[in-house]
Design a protein around this ligand. Structure first.
Ligand code: T3D
Length: 263
């Protein structure tokens, strides 16, 4: 599939997806969703990436659903937004969470509506200082989707989650970092310089181990302690058979830098 609304590349263990409709602040259309599905399928098929970067082109990260993509106005025929969530947003969020590698999100500018929650679905979120997160849904009579009602209370607590979702105010990146919503806020001109070495590091890391860390962390929201201990046992058993575990231990004992293959 040719991509017109996103950019996709995969080289040297690093896959990159850039939302690419800068004049519309990279808001989602049905076509962009189809291209994202295609890119994530390609990424899985290629099997060579060990980290994924998600970012946006231009001054924004993503302004959520393109509100002009459908003809919605007073008196127009009702739209089944549930179908849009089921077909587009839900698989996108679940697909990112299930990827067996870290997903880094570089929030280069405003992230609104589903765009904000797409960022929160990623594993490591680094935002430029001028970026802001906006739960814009309340301004058009909708509920936060794309995992907003799941991520927000878990990351920042119910009081702040409700404030953000009910008021739809801008939460600037610096405060988002202070609140624990994201990993890091950096000066705008430092965004790329911060993200690139991180991608290099993750592309050379023991990928199976990182995938297991991601799985265990996300599973903990649904598990009691005993269930989580059992999951850790099962994952550790699998990882004990991995090449990277053997390499990591040998490198430590040999006082050398490990050379991980992701296997
Ligand atoms: O529908 C379903 O399938 C259900 C799923 C829903 C998920 C959702 O995401 S619902 C929430 C949708 N998003 C929004 O409500 C956010 C709308 N955008 C804004 O509030 C503002 O644009 C921002 C706060 C994000 C940024 O403000 P600002 O002042 O920096 O930029 P701007 O001037 O508003 O936007 C620049 C251009 O992008 C502008 O076009 P123009 O005037 O230059 O021709 C603006 O209309 C366009 N744009 C921005 N966001 C959207 C958009 N066009 C269509 N849809 C957008 N969401």
């Amino acid at each position: 599939m040719e991509h017109e609304q996103i950019l996709y590349e995969n080289a040297n263990g690093i896959a990159r997806i850039t939302l690419n409709r800068p004049d519309r602040l990279n808001s989602f259309t049905a076509q962009m969703h189809a291209e994202l599905r295609d890119a994530l399928a390609r990424l899985r098929e290629e099997g060579t990436a060990r980290v994924l970067l998600l970012t946006g082109a231009g001054r924004g990260f993503c302004a959520g659903q393109d509100l002009s993509d459908r003809k919605v106005q007073p008196g127009s025929a009702p739209v089944d937004l549930g179908a849009s969530i089921e077909e587009n947003y839900k698989p996108l969020v679940l697909g990112l969470r299930a990827l067996p590698m870290p997903v880094v999100c570089a929030v280069n500018g405003v992230a609104a509506g589903a765009g904000a929650n797409l960022a929160l679905a990623c594993d490591i979120v680094i935002a430029a200082k001028s970026a802001a997160f906006i739960q814009a849904f309340c301004k058009i009579g909708l509920v936060p989707d794309s995992g907003g009602t799941f991520f927000l209370p878990r990351l920042v607590g119910t009081a702040r989650a409700l404030g953000l979702a009910l008021l739809g105010d801008k939460l600037y990146a610096e405060q988002a970092e202070q609140w624990g919503l994201i990993w890091k806020c950096v000066d705008d001109e430092q965004l790329q310089a911060t993200v690139e070495p991180l991608l290099e590091q993750l592309a050379k890391a023991p990928t199976r181990g990182l995938a297991a860390i991601k799985r265990a962390m996300y599973a903990s929201a649904d598990n009691a302690l005993e269930g989580q201990l059992s999951l850790e046992r099962d994952l550790q058993r699998e990882l004990g058979y991995s090449d990277d575990y053997r390499e990591g231990v040998a490198a430590f004992l040999g006082k050398r830098t490990p050379s991980f293959t992701g296997k």
